[in-house]
Design a protein around this ligand. Structure first.
Ligand code: AMP
Length: 511
């Protein structure tokens, strides 16, 4: 991994702001009605750190957590940092089978969570469970702050964030302290953020967007983070106004929901800009946001690098529709064509990234880590981009087989393997089809086994939902006699994607 000799001896920004601006608000949890100053947040983190030490959690250990966006999750992130462990926030939208597989893969020493998720976990070697909804577990001895923090190694894991993969096996992306630190400096520099900035976090903490688009960068700068648990468009708009938020990340699906909310267009005098990220933002949506009087820019990033990879000013974004901007500090970029040549101005190529904001590999998976990176450290993003003569980039497609539904990545291979386990199915291909609200939804083309008993679309969709998170289940199923194939014998996915795009979603599966 990339070296960084100038790295500070420890990276916990709360220690700094606790002393410099103790009474400034660091964290607001709207649902639980808590407002913690830097001093209070720092103290709460120490109490959790004491609990972790009491449970013998230390350097190199992992602590899993299954919970919504609540203040305890943020506290545990810093508590883990203080004892040298990494936090593993779990995607509670996953099916029980998927969730249990991830807990097992992470080999976590401890598992904390909300009571509502306890029954979703059915694994043999369940780590000790701490119920976040039970009375306070934190250790409140006055002496806890006297225990020294574990010295943070730049390459040590701060977070493990699980993402789906093309093989259907979960990938635990190791997010080292180095990545968080450099992303924070790059973001706050390029996006001009400082201690007066206030940002909501409405994307879940099990994604990098929850942590690293605004939360960790603002904690480095002594800013304020507002936690939003369970997104509701009207309540979110009210929260932006009440908390005087200055910047806000949303995925395009959230923006589409907000456009239809009763308080859309209300005055947000403190909001400098919305950032749309996580999926392509339709130009019509950007235009409607602007027509309501708000500023908006498009961001791009991924768990493995950044996640904030580009920066664009409001004015430049307005003048250059569809562009995500220029690389943030420290990040190198190149566009690689299929023939191994670097793309010329205006030509599409795979976006490849290199810099200290790089992940630390996939947990327990050197093979897939090696596949993701070139020998000299460039990350193959699997996304296509172009760069114009002024240095502005646009994301224009993907080389990886994946679609994005409501900001969640879905890998067809995973869905196809779930469909294939149905007794009546011979084979299937899943492609993304455009959808006004979710961006894309899955469409499955299914070939049934000769002589198998009939199966309906709804039945097959329910069958997939029994195995995978519901956002991964296809919304439409088309039964066909045989799959169109390319000369190589592989299914012709592009032809199927075109066919899916021409389909109107049947009422029975419409959202
Ligand atoms: P994740 O690692 O879950 O954050 O997903 C990252 C992926 O989301 C990227 O590799 C892209 O495929 C996609 N993505 C993120 N931002 C954008 C964007 N602005 N336009 C198009 N795709 C995006």
């Amino acid at each position: 991994m990339t070296g960084c000799p100038q790295f500070p001896s420890h990276t916990d920004p709360l220690r700094h702001w606790r002393d410099v601006a103790p009474d400034r608000i660091a964290l607001i949890d709207r649902r639980r009605n808590t407002r913690q100053t830097y001093r209070e947040l720092d103290a709460a983190c120490d109490q959790w750190a004491a609990l972790l030490r009491e449970r013998n959690v230390g350097r190199g250990d992992r602590v899993a957590i299954v919970a919504g966006n609540r203040h305890e999750v943020a506290e545990l992130f810093f508590a883990c940092m203080r004892v040298g462990a990494a936090l593993v926030p779990l995607n509670w939208r996953l099916a029980p089978r998927e969730l249990s597989a991830i807990v097992a893969h992470s080999a976590s020493a401890l598992l904390l969570g909300e009571s509502r998720f306890r029954d979703s976990l059915t694994l043999e070697n369940m780590p000790p469970w701490i119920d976040l909804d039970a009375p306070d577990h934190r250790v409140a001895e006055p002496s806890v702050a006297l225990v020294p923090d574990v010295e943070t190694e730049p390459d040590a894991a701060a977070l493990i964030l699980y993402t789906s993969g093309s093989t259907g096996q979960p990938k635990g992306v190791i997010i080292p302290h180095r990545q968080i630190f450099y992303n924070a400096i790059a973001t706050t520099t390029a996006w001009e953020l400082g201690h007066t900035d206030i940002a909501p976090v409405s994307t879940p903490f099990f994604h990098t967007g929850g942590w690293n688009v605004f939360a960790t960068p603002l904690w480095y700068r002594g800013g304020t983070v507002v936690l939003v648990d369970q997104f509701d468009p009207a309540t979110f708009m009210d929260g932006l106004a009440d908390e005087r938020c200055t910047v806000a990340l949303t995925v395009p699906t959230q923006l589409v929901m907000m456009l239809g909310s009763s308080n859309w267009g209300r005055a947000l005098p403190h909001l400098r800009y919305f950032i749309s990220g996580g999926a392509p933002c339709p130009s019509a949506v950007m235009a409607k946001v602007r027509a309501a009087g708000y500023n908006i820019r498009e961001g791009y990033g991924l768990t493995e690098c950044g996640p904030n990879c580009f920066a664009i000013s409001t004015e430049e974004s307005l003048a250059n529709p569809g562009k995500v901007g220029r690389p943030v500090p420290f990040l190198e970029m190149r566009l690689m064509k299929k023939d191994g040549e670097i793309a010329a101005v205006g030509q599409p190529g795979e976006l490849q990234l290199r810099g200290p904001q790089m992940f630390g590999g996939y947990l327990h998976d050197t093979e897939r880590t090696d596949d993701a990176l070139t020998g000299d450290g460039w990350l193959r993003t699997g996304d296509l981009a172009t760069c114009d003569e002024t240095g502005l980039y646009s994301i224009c497609g993907r080389t990886k087989e994946m679609y994005i539904s409501g900001g969640e990545n879905v890998f067809p291979a995973e869905v196809e393997s779930a469909i294939a386990s149905h007794a009546s199915v011979s084979e299937s291909v899943v492609v993304g089809m455009p959808h006004d609200l979710w961006g894309e939804v899955g469409c499955a083309f299914v070939v049934l086994r000769d002589g198998s008993s009939a199966v309906s679309s709804d039945e097959l969709i329910r069958f997939v939902r029994g195995q995978l998170a519901s956002y991964k289940a296809p919304r439409a199923v088309v039964f066909i006699g045989e799959l169109p194939r390319l000369g190589s014998g592989k299914p012709d996915r592009s032809a199927l994607a075109e066919a899916a795009a021409a389909l109107a979603l049947p009422e029975s599966v419409a959202i």
